[in-house]
Design a protein. Structure first.
Length: 108
């Protein structure tokens, strides 16, 4: 569950502008503020089922968009390669730095 919340929060950062204002609010309250469906329903003046439907539509939008664009996947790969570059630079391994930089360039 925690991993899914983290994943959805990352997708939210990348793709939230694709959602309606209500979907954005519901997704943020659920995944970032960790509120329950009931709490969100009460705050929003909608049913618990409507909150659940907003979450499901938002999740589907995020997953479909990621499947097409791979923004989050590329972000993770670049972040990992930056770590490799930092470690290689600290150890003085110029070839490893160059190889990691080349891999980053191929992602862009």
């Amino acid at each position: 569950m925690f991993r899914k919340n983290l994943e959805m929060a990352l997708y939210y950062d990348c793709y939230s502008q694709l959602l309606t204002e209500r979907q954005q609010t519901v997704m943020r309250l659920y995944y970032e503020e960790d509120l329950s469906l009931g709490e969100i329903a009460e705050m929003s003046g909608i049913s618990r089922q409507a909150v659940r439907d907003c979450l499901k539509r938002g999740e589907e939008c995020f997953l479909e968009t990621e499947k097409r664009l791979h923004v989050v996947e590329k972000y993770r790969r670049i972040k990992s390669l930056c770590s490799d570059i930092r470690q290689a630079a600290e150890s003085g391994d110029r070839d490893r730095v160059k190889a990691a930089a080349d891999r980053i360039e191929s992602l862009i």
